[in-house]
Design a protein around this ligand. Structure first.
Ligand code: SAM
Length: 231
C-alpha cells in the first residue's frame, strides 16, 4: 500500500461510538420489530466498533455476524466480534447465492470517498497534493441493498447534509427513515474519542421491499420524503 493510500485509509478510518449504536438499536427494535437471531452484516467494519456495541446488546446476543473490511490490519480485531470475517472490497463481494443467507440487517458507517487513479494506475492528486476522491456512499448503499432479505433493513451512519445533493442526483433508492442524532458524535481513532464532530449526523434506513415496515402508509403519502425521528 502506498503512503498516499495508507494516509487516505487513516483519514477514512474512524470508529462509531457505542452510544450512537445503542440509540439506534433501541429505536429499531420499537419501530421495526428487530429481534434476536438475526443475520447481520457490517460491510466496512474497520476494527469493529459497531459490532462490539451490537454484541454488548442483549437484542443481538444470538445473531450471526459477518464482517467485511478492505484493510487486512483489522482481521484480528474483527475475528473477536464476528462469526465470519471477509477481508475484501465490499463492492466486489457478491450477495450469498443461498437466499437464506441474505441479511436481516446491514449496518455500517461507510467511507464517503475513494481515491481516483490516472491511466498509469497512480492516485490522482489535487493542487494541494491531496488525493482526489469520488463519492463512494451511493455505491455502498446500492450494494448494501443487494445483500438484504426481502424485509431486511440497511442502516448507515452518515453526515446529515449528505442526503441533500445525493437524493437530488445519483441515488436510485431513497431512504425510508432517518434518525438524526441530537448530540454530535465523537468518533474513535485507535479506540480514543476524537471530540465532538463539527457537523450533524443521522442513521439513514433503507428497506428491502419496503412493504413490511411499520410506516409504509406514512411514506406512501410522501413517497419522495422519509420519516425523521431525532434520537
Ligand atoms: C469510517 S470507517 C468505519 C469503521 C466501522 N464501521 C466503525 O464504525 O467502527 C470506514 C471503514 O471502511 C473501510 N473501507 C473503505 N472502503 C471499503 C470497501 N470498499 N470495502 C470494505 N471496507 C472498506 C475502511 O478501511 C474503514 O475501516
Amino acid at each position: 500500500m502506498s503512503s498516499t493510500n495508507r494516509s487516505l485509509n487513516r483519514v477514512n478510518e474512524y470508529g462509531t461510538p457505542p452510544e450512537c449504536v445503542r440509540l439506534l438499536t433501541a429505536r429499531l427494535s420499537i419501530d421495526y420489530g428487530l429481534s434476536n437471531r438475526h443475520r447481520i452484516l457490517e460491510p466496512q467494519a474497520g476494527s469493529g466498533s459497531i459490532l462490539r456495541a451490537l454484541r454488548d446488546d442483549t437484542l443481538f446476543y444470538d445473531s450471526h455476524v459477518t464482517a467485511i473490511e478492505v484493510n487486512p490490519e483489522h482481521r484480528g480485531a474483527l475475528s473477536s466480534v464476528a462469526d465470519k470475517v471477509i477481508i475484501h472490497d465490499f463492492l466486489d463481494v457478491e450477495p450469498p447465492a443461498d437466499l437464506n443467507k441474505l441479511f436481516d440487517l446491514v449496518i455500517g458507517n461507510p467511507p464517503y470517498g475513494r481515491p481516483t487513479f490516472d491511466t498509469a494506475g497512480t492516485v490522482r492528486l489535487g493542487t494541494k497534493g491531496q488525493p482526489i476522491q469520488e463519492d463512494a456512499v451511493t455505491d455502498h448503499v446500492e450494494h448494501g441493498l443487494r445483500m438484504l432479505k426481502p424485509d431486511g433493513l440497511l442502516v448507515y451512519l452518515l453526515r446529515w447534509a449528505w442526503i441533500v445533493p445525493t437524493v437530488r442526483s445519483t441515488l436510485n433508492r431513497h431512504p425510508i427513515h432517518a434518525y438524526p442524532l441530537r448530540k454530535r458524535p465523537s468518533f474513535l481513532l485507535d479506540g480514543v474519542p476524537k471530540g465532538s464532530d463539527s457537523t450533524e449526523y443521522a442513521w439513514f434506513v433503507w428497506g428491502g421491499t419496503e412493504v413490511n415496515v411499520r410506516f409504509a402508509a406514512a411514506r406512501a403519502s410522501a413517497p419522495a420524503a422519509f420519516l425523521s425521528t431525532p434520537i
